[in-house]
Design a protein around this ligand. Structure first.
Ligand code: V07
Length: 265
């Protein structure tokens, strides 16, 4: 039996990726999308491959999703590439992961430059090997005047550590008289975070079916829309990012022009 919704569904024609892009561009786009790229190990396990094969495939997806985000005029794409917890993994795996920024940039930096993408990083530089730091810094320098998508990698990043660092900096500035206690509000606090030059994420995506935040951008996601999918990161395609953005647009349309709870305050 066909009810009204099923009739509408069955009469809806399947749109191509390009048609969906065109459609999505007619409505407000999230300025900043953050992604927890989970499921690389599980993807490999399902294929009886070593975990690093999943990480490598995940890196190819990073390129594809970056290019689509740029096409969608998204301002910032933050990708959780390595957490402060990831150091607990076997040394071999950590070493492989720390080689991925170099491999990625060796392959794709020319394309990023051509596409006007600006590479940025948040996270603590202290434990990252020199060769990795060097590769990332070179990309940051070479793309520093680009005005397209900000491609922000979270490397050795932890949300609580970021907040604690901000608190220490703030107490320093209070002690030195640069700041008085009554100055400390949301806006002031945000300036002490690693994301001080970025807006907060409008949309947070996590792949691979886990429904947790896992210490990612704790302060910044206070008002973000959350979108979870069972798709493993190496299987994440353009269609999935479009699905997330379409869901975001449906949700924010309900605010009738006011695009966040925060701006209603
Ligand atoms: C990493 C691939 C994506 C899935 C998640 C884990 C593995 C790209 C980078 C990267 C980082 C900085 C940069 C350029 C590229 C990366 C790590 C892991 C540690 F400037 N992918 N990717 N870094 N994976």
């Amino acid at each position: 039996m066909l009810n009204k919704i099923n009739l509408w569904k069955s009469s809806r024609k399947t749109l191509s990726i390009d048609e969906r892009i065109e459609h999505v561009l007619k409505q407000p786009i999230p300025n900043h999308i953050a992604i927890i790229m989970d499921g690389n190990g599980r993807w490999a396990k399902k294929r009886a491959l070593p975990r690093i094969a999943g990480h490598h495939e995940g890196m190819r997806v990073v390129r594809k999703i970056t290019m689509l985000a740029n096409k969608l005029n998204i301002d910032t794409l933050t990708l959780y590439a390595f957490s402060t917890e990831n150091w607990k993994r076997p040394k071999q795996e950590v070493d492989y992961l720390m080689g991925l920024p170099e491999e990625f940039l060796g392959k794709f930096l020319p394309e990023l430059i051509e596409e006007n993408v600006k590479v940025c990083m948040i996270g603590n530089n202290n434990r990252i090997p020199e060769h990795t730091k060097r590769a990332v810094q070179k990309a940051i320098d070479k793309t520093s005047s680009n005005t397209g998508l900000k491609l922000n990698f979270a490397l050795n990043y932890g949300g609580r550590a970021e907040i604690l660092e901000a608190v220490k900096e703030i107490s320093n500035d209070v002690r030195n008289g640069k700041l008085i206690e009554s100055d400390i509000d949301d806006e002031c606090f945000s300036k002490y975070l690693m994301t001080h030059n970025l807006t907060d994420p409008d949309l947070l995506i996590r792949t691979s079916g886990e429904l947790r935040i896992s210490n990612f951008m704790l302060w910044q996601i206070a008002y973000s829309e959350l979108w979870f999918t069972d798709v493993l990161w190496p299987d994440f395609k353009e269609a999935h990012l479009l699905e997330a953005v379409e869901a975001y647009q449906r949700r924010t349309r309900r605010f009738g022009g006011i695009h966040s709870e925060e701006s209603q305050k």
